[in-house]
Ligand binder design. Structure first.
Ligand code: FES
Ligand code: FES
Length: 228
């Protein structure tokens, strides 16, 4: 379970990137280079074969990046955990990356980044989605709830309490997504039995194999009748 503080700034300003540590590169084929660098270089090589000389000169001076970042941003209004946020975003930014990289809401986890693990589950207008599979600009005008919006260490959500009571996690990496999904399953009316819970939680993978305990936690909250 995430114990990170809810640190979305009061005016929803993106967090400073200055003090961010670079992501460690484990790609032995391209030592010292990130995947993004590799993709940029690949794109540049492709463009070299196709582009007129003047455009190439602009690319060498990084004008393409500067121009793109100046013109491509779109205004996006979101309500995130009850706070109104007016943002200016590149259309390529996923909702997951917006939450984690720009707003500092790191409770939502990036597992597969391909819609297969459920670690990135959030609620959009009350419905659960994989935030790695949607662009932030597509959610303009909508209300987003992340694990930070459900509860915090001083005031846990009933399902967070139940996960602790039933030992519903080991490493905890999948837990924010499991809890968000579990809340949605109860609200959807799909927590009537262990079999039903397993079926409707099947999009949330736990590599530690805590499934029986997760089901127990959801059953406990459902049977306790507390509002979730
Ligand atoms: Fe989104 Fe795995 S990170 S489904
Ligand atoms: Fe480790 Fe689920 S608790 S992946």
């Amino acid at each position: 379970m995430s114990e990170e503080k809810f640190n979305l700034t009061s005016d929803c300003k993106p967090i400073s990137m200055k003090n961010k540590k670079p992501i460690k590169n484990n790609n032995n084929d391209f030592p010292g280079e990130s995947r993004r660098d590799f993709l940029k270089q690949s794109s540049l090589l492709t463009a070299l074969a196709l582009t007129p000389v003047t455009v190439l000169k602009a690319a060498e001076s990084n004008w393409d990046e500067k121009i793109a970042s100046a013109f491509e941003k779109l205004p996006v209004n979101l309500e995130i955990n009850g706070k109104k946020c007016s943002l200016s975003l590149e259309p390529r930014v996923t909702l997951l990356d917006l939450l984690r990289e720009q707003l500092g809401l790191t409770g939502t986890k990036k597992g597969c980044d391909h819609g297969q693990c459920g670690a990135c589950t959030v609620l959009v207008n009350g419905r659960r989605i994989n935030s790695c599979l949607t662009l932030a600009v597509m959610q303009d005008g909508k209300s987003i709830t992340t694990i930070e919006g459900l509860g915090n260490s001083e005031n846990l959500h009933p399902l967070q309490e139940a996960f602790i009571k039933h030992d519903g996690f080991q490493c905890g990496y999948c837990t924010p997504g499991q809890i968000i999904s579990g809340v949605a399953v109860i609200r959807e009316g799909h927590a009537g039995s262990a079999v039903e819970i397993r079926e409707y939680m099947s999009g949330n993978i736990c590599r530690c194999g805590c499934y029986p305990h997760i089901v127990d936690a959801i059953m406990d909250v459902k049977q306790g009748g507390k509002k979730v």
